[in-house]
Design a protein around this ligand. Structure first.
Ligand code: C5P
Length: 297
């Protein structure tokens, strides 16, 4: 039993969508180079964290399948301990609201939120660069969740250029179908395709400019996974037609799916499109882009 009183915190770990996701070359280590535009949105997992209680504990509730013995929160704690020698017991109650296996980054975001909190409470604090390196060991999307709500992401996911998000108010209709897509499998499906022709998609600078300055109608974004994922899940055709018919200014797949989203300038149009959506979804709703990252502690 620790002599000090336990400290209790409530954290929100937001989802992300990929407004653009171009998969570039396969690297010698099996990972792929990418160039992507990430945006955090207001659909959040919740973590109740108690530092300094009796013992380490993880309790999971809510949507999806999370193995309490093997998940990103446990890995974040173990790696943080390894790097810093932090030894106080940590108990986490994780309320999952972000569907798992949906390309919305929930597991990565949970890990990043816990890392940020632990780093504020540790006797030996990690530098931002060290925290990023630790995050990258947990998963490719974790470094993004340690930073700003909108960013161009490159490399394997560890090169982050934060940028201002959409400047005109945009509303996002988010629909997560009742199937999951394995990210590792989606990369394999891409590897089996003939190589993408040059010239390639928009540069990092042009992505950052477009998201902030252009109407979504003018975005030239795309997602390299869409074709291979939609070929295995033909019901995407209905979602795509529905977003087109419902007046989405832009729509696309997040990550390797299964989440699909539409971007609207008018809330009414997004709500109407939501209400006429047919099918089985693990989540369907209206979310807003985040302008600031939820505070920890
Ligand atoms: O890093 P993370 O655990 O999110 O990646 C899951 C899988 O996706 C990896 O095992 C790898 O097969 C693939 N991946 C990749 N290139 C990336 C990110 C992920 O090939 N940049």
């Amino acid at each position: 039993m620790s002599g000090r009183k336990a400290l209790d915190y409530s954290l929100e770990a937001p989802a992300k969508i990929n407004l653009h996701l171009e998969i570039l070359d396969r690297r010698a280590d099996g990972y792929h180079e990418l160039r992507s535009l990430f945006l955090m949105v207001g659909l959040c997992d919740r973590l109740q964290v108690s530092i300094g209680g009796d013992t380490d504990r993880l309790t999971v509730s809510g949507t999806g399948e999370v193995d309490p013995a093997d998940n990103t929160v446990i890995r974040a704690l173990a790696l943080f301990r390894r790097e810093t020698g932090f030894d106080r017991p940590v108990s986490v109650t994780l309320e999952k609201r972000i569907p798992t296996g949906s390309g919305l980054g929930g597991g990565s975001s949970d890990a990043a939120a816990l890392l940020r909190l632990l780093n504020r409470n540790a006797p030996r604090t990690l530098l931002p660069r060290e925290l990023h390196e630790l995050g990258a060991e947990i998963g490719s999307d974790v470094p993004f969740f340690l930073g700003a709500p909108c960013a161009v992401v490159e490399g394997r996911g560890e090169i982050i250029h934060s940028c201002p998000g959409p400047s005109r108010g945009v509303t996002i209709l988010l629909a997560v179908p009742d199937w999951s897509v394995s990210t590792a499998a989606a990369y394999r499906w891409l590897d089996e395709q003939p190589a993408a022709p040059d010239p390639r998609g928009p540069s990092a600078a042009s992505l950052a400019r477009a998201v902030n300055q252009l109407s979504p109608r003018q975005w030239n974004f795309f997602n390299s996974f869409l074709e291979v994922v939609a070929a295995r899940h033909p019901r995407y055709r209905q979602l795509i037609d529905h977003m087109d018919g419902g007046g989405a200014l832009w729509h696309g797949l997040s990550g390797s799916g299964s989440a699909y989203f539409g971007v609207f300038e008018k809330v009414d149009a997004a709500v109407k499109c939501l209400h006429t959506l047919r099918g089985n979804f693990r989540f369907q709703g209206i979310v807003s882009p985040l302008e600031t990252v939820p505070a920890v502690g």
